[in-house]
Design a protein. Structure first.
Length: 267
């Protein structure tokens, strides 16, 4: 087992995975390097980048953080594997929704089987489309579990409007924006054994809620996009880690679940 895989396995078991997403359509090397450096300094678990072999080689030349690449193109994933990618992910469906392109359960299962066939025991993550009903999401994950997929990632509505007035609690605002991914994380964690990474609109407020719902970790992207300097991104990741730590040490599970259930009411 490589050091990268061992670190991921440990953080999954401890339910403290922090996945830093540099932008799956972000091919600006300088910008990606900045985010990877911030993740490295702050102690993120791994980074998720665009599926580009040249980018993977650049990142592998200076960081020991596990590099994950995400795509629905199996050839891209294979090429990145040869370039040194540590984790493969089938995902980034958001780019297709605006074009009215949607992936069926059978298509995702077939993609998973194909990537699994050449992944060489590298960890494989599958993003679960939020456009599926919760029952269909659960069925899909149960089928992926039979394929020994290592982990799944939930997603949510990235442009969901807030239904809570601006004067309302910031906590309610945060959970409203991430309510769909939180709900999926709860259901999929409860009824399957695959580790769940909660992503889409996750921030330092909703991250502890995701973990209380059973997620093994969180993925952040949009929360970092407006932070231009490395030290700002480092500070935010540290804030996120502190929020998660506080949840574990000072707040009871029952309280966090009560807080999290407020997100369901906003669906």
């Amino acid at each position: 087992m490589s050091l990268a895989t061992a670190r991921l396995k440990q953080d999954l078991e401890n339910k403290q995975v922090i996945k830093i997403i540099a932008g799956l359509s972000n091919f600006n090397v300088a910008n990606v390097i900045k985010t990877v450096k911030a993740a490295e300094i702050a102690g993120g678990t791994y980074v998720d980048v665009a599926s580009n072999p040249k980018l993977v080689k650049v990142l592998k030349s200076f960081t020991n953080l596990p590099i994950c690449v995400s795509s629905i193109d199996t050839q891209e994933l294979y090429n990145c594997l040869l370039a040194g990618a540590d984790i493969l992910e089938i995902g980034n469906f958001d780019a297709f929704y605006s074009k009215n392109i949607y992936f069926s359960i059978s298509q995702i299962i077939n993609l998973a089987k194909e990537v699994k066939s050449f992944s060489k025991n590298k960890p494989l993550c599958i993003t679960i489309p939020h456009i599926l009903s919760l029952s269909d999401q659960l069925y899909l994950v149960q089928q992926l579990q039979k394929l020994d997929i290592n982990m799944i990632q939930t997603e949510g509505y990235t442009n969901k409007p807030s239904i809570i007035p601006s004067i309302s609690s910031y906590i309610l605002q945060a959970t409203n924006f991430s309510s769909s991914t939180l709900s999926a994380s709860y259901i999929l964690s409860k009824y399957t054994n695959i580790p769940v990474i909660a992503s889409s609109n996750i921030n330092s407020v909703s991250a502890p809620v995701a973990l209380s719902y059973g997620a093994s970790g969180i993925g952040i992207c949009s929360s970092l996009q407006n932070l231009k300097l490395i030290h700002q991104q480092v500070d935010y990741i540290n804030q996120l880690k502190s929020s998660i730590s506080l949840c574990k040490t000072e707040m009871s599970t029952s309280y966090m679940q009560t807080l999290a259930k407020a997100s369901l009411a906003n669906l």
